[in-house]
Every structure is written in C-alpha cells, then in structure tokens.
Design a protein around this ligand. Structure first.
Ligand code: DGL
Length: 221
C-alpha cells in the first residue's frame, strides 16, 4: 500500500446523499483517513438556487468542515463545483479543494460519438461545463445537454421509501434514445438511480466523476 498521512482529515459535502457516491470512491482508495461528511439536505436543491444564495450556503459548509479540522475539502457536488469552486479557492487559500466536475472529458475520451450530459439547471447553464466540452470534443463528437429540474430533490426525498416517485420524475424529464453512446451523470445524486436512467439510454455507457475525484484526492496526500 502506498504511504499517506493517516492523520489527514478530509471534509466532504453535498446537498444531501448524492455526495456519498463520491465519498465511497475516495474511501475505497484511502480507507485509513478520517472523513467528515455534511449532507446538507435542508438546502437541497443546490441546482436551482441563485448564485449568491448558493455561495452563502456552500461557504457555511466549508467553514464548518474547516472548524472541525478538515484540510482538504471535497466538493462532492457538480453544481457547487462549477458555480463556486474558483471563489472558494480565492476566499480560503489555506484549504485545498477538490471539485466534482461533470465527467464530459472522460465520456469524450471513451470515443463516444454522441454524448448526453444530464445535470441540474445550474450546472447545465454554467460556462465551465460548455468550455470543458468544447475543449475536449473532436469534430466527429456531439454533446447534448439536458437540465433535470427537481430530479436531485426527488431522489433525495424518495430513494429509500418511495422509488415510484423517482420513476415518475424520470418519465417527465427523459425520453428513450438508443443513439447515445455515453451519458454523463453530471449530478452526484444521479448515480444512485443509474439503473433507472439506463433504461432510457440502452446503448450508452453511464459515466460519472467519482473515480476522478478519488484519484485527485489521493494525489494530494
Ligand atoms: N448533488 C448535487 C450535484 O452534483 C446537487 C443536487 C442539487 O442539490 O440540486 O449537482
């Protein structure tokens, strides 16, 4: 096993349970480290909040984790990453941040010619996402975008007890398409229902950013 500092404390947050998909990936690589996780479900959904309000919420989470001793903060939320991480790095230079970005780069690198990105409205409208796609797509590759308002919140509230509500929401938002070769799960809540999403895109590989985040964290220790 590689050597790393086991006393390091890593703080992780998201607007609820979505970020656990990232936490698990990081923990698999670095099982001995101490983790703190904020599931900020009170403020879910982040994906539909105005920028300033979202930054205020995110800032509070970061300060809580810092005050509990975290030195590395994993923003286990695509929305908070694309909207807030640059400002966080400026405002908290003493902390190290690792963000979760929609895995567009990975999807394009897989060679998929037709890619769909599913994410919250805030992520889909962010310049950062579109720049990422422009910089990595070849002329033969096409990237489509689909904002999924309400989906993260429905997953947050119903995953355990009422999956029927999630199916209903997905039916409202998605339509069957067998031409996509890769679908980016650009919100950390979506991998929790990947089986349900896969039914709409039978020929697509579903891709998320959790493993990339875990590698990045590991490289920091
Ligand atoms: N899980 C988050 C993301 O990755 C946010 C979902 C939400 O609260 O809207 O975007």
């Amino acid at each position: 096993m590689e050597y790393y500092d086991e006393n390091m404390k890593i703080g992780v947050f998201d607007s609820g349970i979505g970020g656990t998909t990232v936490l698990e990936a990081v923990r698999r690589r670095l099982p001995e480290v101490e983790y703190m996780y904020i599931a900020d479900s009170e403020n879910c959904p982040y994906g539909e909040k105005p920028d300033e309000e979202l930054y205020e919420i995110v800032r509070r989470n970061v300060e809580k984790l810092r005050d509990f001793g975290a030195e590395i903060i994993v923003v286990a939320c695509n929305t908070a990453t694309v909207k807030c991480i640059d400002r966080l790095r400026r405002d908290y230079p003493e902390l190290k941040f690792v963000g979760t970005e929609p895995a567009v780069k990975l999807a394009l690198a897989s060679g998929a010619r037709k890619v769909l990105v599913l994410a919250t409205p805030n992520t889909i409208e962010s310049e950062r996402l579109h720049t990422l796609a422009r910089q990595n797509a070849t002329d033969e590759q096409e990237v489509d975008y689909k904002a999924c308002p309400g989906l993260a919140e429905v997953i947050e509230k119903n995953l355990k007890n009422n999956p029927g509500e999630i199916s209903k929401k997905l039916a409202e938002l998605l339509s069957f398409n067998d031409r996509y070769e890769a679908v980016v799960l650009g919100c950390t809540h979506y991998p929790l229902v990947s089986d349900m999403i896969q039914r709409y895109y039978p020929n697509a590989k579903l891709i998320d950013g959790a493993e990339g985040v875990a590698k990045r964290v590991q490289s920091m220790l």
